[in-house]
Design a protein around this ligand. Structure first.
Ligand SMILES: Cc1ncc(COP(=O)(O)O)c(C=O)c1O
Length: 455
């Protein structure tokens, strides 16, 4: 009896697998076929994009659940829509788990993406035209840290710090230079965080500089959130005024964003509650910047998926996973160095490495294309002081989070570097590409992904 009821419940609350296998082929065979092709691509190929991961079945099922139907503008207990009694509980669980995971006072789990979370940071702390200081995009920073084609570079005045070109700190951030730059440009906000930087950050030193120039300090931990949650990297929470993240990279949740405050307190911008005159807390300002400031209704199915991912990250085996991600990255980096590759900063502290291909006589663009032909997915990436355009680049970025989720360890990552080397040194040799592709398929077959997408 219970079994029947459970099955019934499962079908209605967790329909993803059913939808893909039973409903989609009839309802929309064209999209079904594309989903199947993508499932095969993910299953057969080697995923080394540092910002991607494979979510658990439970996370994927929640993301495809009935909660996609629900509007819930506002926060739990304070919604603008009726019928929120269930989703309120889901969002409260997501918030509680995120707070426990990162040991912080406050979170907002509603940002649809990392870029949206970041937009809410600017909306709260900056006024249009204000100056901020962030990591140069060409040195590993992100579009939302001041790119001229992004709102952050259009609405605000972006100034940059970078990594050293040579010497002891080659490829690394020199905190003395960050301080000099901050003293000269006097930013209202300093941002930390990157998309392609393989070293950890000295948050205490950043905070000292921020305090010296009277700036807010913001960490965008989109790439490293899972490693920070697991205690494998330094913790920004005690040092930063605000922390933002994505939830889908090392944190291994659904595609989305998150905002966090380590220690909440009264805002220093003079913002008060209109009727009582009470000074609002920082958390209230950031909540308002997410909704109604940046977004409309939250994606409740994704918030349910986030709650599940946070629950998974609270388990002991997630810390083991995070440690393995870093071990695999450092093994992979060593293997590149042994084969004569130049690795920016000479190594890695986290889940990724930036490989400078200039001494191999191939651009990032051509390397990416050749590797793709062998079913190895990486992305071309600018290296610091690159002489190629962002569309060509001199490097590739490689990361371990996704394949570590599938169970690959140091032996496989050493073998992967040997295979990448074959492709990079013979990018147009069809025989080599075919042999590498076969070796990749043999490897990925030993570490199956989801059974329901390959059935
Ligand atoms: C450091 C950093 N911040 C923000 C983002 C944006 O995240 P999303 O793609 O979810 O908007 C990324 C994505 O790559 C990132 O690397």
């Amino acid at each position: 009896m219970n079994l029947v009821l459970d099955r019934f419940r499962n079908r209605h609350f967790f329909p993803t697998a059913d939808f893909i296998m039973a409903h989609l082929p009839e309802a929309d065979p064209i999209i079904f076929d594309l989903l199947k092709q993508e499932a095969d691509r993910q299953n057969d190929g080697l995923e080394l994009i540092a910002s991607e991961n494979f979510v658990s079945r439970a996370v994927m099922q929640a993301a495809g659940s009935t909660l996609t139907n629900k509007y819930a503008e506002g926060l739990p207990g304070k919604r603008y829509y009726g019928g929120c009694q269930v989703v309120d509980q889901v969002e409260d669980i997501a918030r509680d788990r995120a707070k426990e995971l990162f040991g912080c006072d406050w979170v907002n789990v509603q940002p649809h993406s990392g870029a949206n979370a970041n937009a809410s940071v600017y909306l709260t702390l900056m006024r249009p035209g204000d100056t901020f200081l962030g990591l140069d995009l060409a040195h590993g920073g992100h579009l939302t840290h001041g790119s001229p084609v992004n709102f952050s570079g259009i609405l605000y005045k972006a100034e940059y710090y970078g990594v050293d070109r040579e010497g002891l700190l080659a490829g690394r951030i020199d905190m003395n230079k960050v301080r000099e730059k901050a003293l000269s440009v006097r930013p209202r906000m300093i941002s930390i965080g990157a998309s392609a930087y393989s070293r950890d950050f000295d948050y205490a030193a950043f905070r000292e500089i921020a305090d010296e120039v009277g700036a807010f300090l913001w960490m965008d931990m989109a790439h490293t959130a899972g490693l920070i949650a697991a205690g494998v990297l330094n913790n920004p929470m005690p040092h930063c005024h605000i922390v933002s993240t994505t939830t889908h990279k090392t944190l291994r949740g659904p595609r989305a964003g998150l905002l966090l405050i380590g220690k909440d307190g009264e805002n220093t911008l003079g913002k008060v509650a209109p009727k009582s005159g009470r000074v609002k807390n920082w958390s209230e300002l950031f909540d308002s910047s997410v909704f109604p400031g940046m977004q409309g209704g939250p994606l409740m199915h994704i918030i349910a998926a986030k709650a599940i991912a946070f629950g998974e990250a609270l388990q002991d085996d997630f810390a083991t996973y995070a440690q393995q991600v870093v071990t695999n990255a450092s093994v992979m980096t060593e293997a590149f160095l042994e084969r004569g590759y130049e690795v920016v900063s000479g190594g890695t502290d986290n889940h990724l490495a930036l490989i400078d291909l200039r001494n191999k006589g191939i651009t990032g663009k051509d390397a990416e294309a050749a590797l793709q032909a062998a079913d190895i997915t990486v992305n071309k990436n600018m290296v610091p002081y690159d002489d190629q355009s962002p569309f060509v680049t001199s490097g590739i970025r490689v990361g371990t989070p996704a394949m570590t989720t599938r169970g690959l360890g140091p032996d496989e990552f050493r073998q992967i570097v040997a295979l990448i080397d074959q492709v990079v040194t013979n990018p147009t040799d069809e025989t080599v590409l075919g042999n590498v592709r076969s070796a990749i398929h043999e490897m990925t077959a030993r570490f199956p992904l989801y059974d329901f997408v390959t059935a």
